[in-house]
Design a protein around this ligand. Sequence first.
Ligand code: ASP
Length: 294
Amino acid sequence: MVKPVIIVHGGAWGIPDRLVDANIKGVKESVKAGWKVLEAGGSALDAVVAAVNVMEDNSSFDAGIGSVLTEDRTVEMDALIMDGSNLDAGAVAGLKDVRYPIRLARKVMEETPHVMMIGEGANRLADEFGLERITQEELVTEEARLEFEEWSEKAEYGDSFGHDTVGSVALDRDGNIAAATSTGGVTGKKVGRVGDVPLIGSGGYADNRVGGVSTTGHGEAIMRVNLAKLVLTYMEMGMHIQEASDKALGYMALRVNGSGGLIALDADGNMGHAFTTKRMVWASIKDGELETGI
Ligand code: ASP
């Protein structure tokens, strides 16, 4: 039997002081929800979904309720889940009214022959499986409106605007690794913009033979270097998980001038976390011990 481990993040960006306490509290609640599943003998997949659901419901993060706003002041959400035991994956993009996007991503993975779904088809699937819906009014928070106002004065993308995507990676007793990432994207994005999150290898990756990763940060940079998969490639080349995490972010900075962060787990339960933004909020539980940082 393998010792279970779980790690979560609540986004890498210039997290303002006013959000620090809420963010730390949020990742702690999230990691505890995931740990509860693992401790009871549950699967890594169930654990990452439980952890992400807590943050999708927490308005201090950019996922589910609290998602940041598009140029039209609407919410469009992306999510990805991956099962490291068989490399199955499910992704959704541009969701407007599904309360827990990560649950729909899992349905895509487990109940359809497809990997990624968008638009009308994704909505139909949500209906078919009776997934909870939510209105745009309920998704849009005061914080997101405020951030949009601040953003519109500058109208540029950078560290200081909403990158509080959420994610989790877990290793369960059977040695299975799962990764999940969920986001509202970046403030002021164009309607129809899809970021890195639902792209396999960019927003996340899981492979029992190597490890699992969930990323956050500048999506347009992350997707061009396949950040999550890059970490695992470096690990396969023999690097320790922390070195691989740092090196992948370094490569992204060097080649595409992008900043971001990531959490990682290897098949032995070693953890890595790294960021090149001002802050990244994360939490982990290993051997029953909770650790957190920002
Ligand atoms: N990577 C996300 C995106 O570009 C944003 C984030 O991580 O906060 O959609």
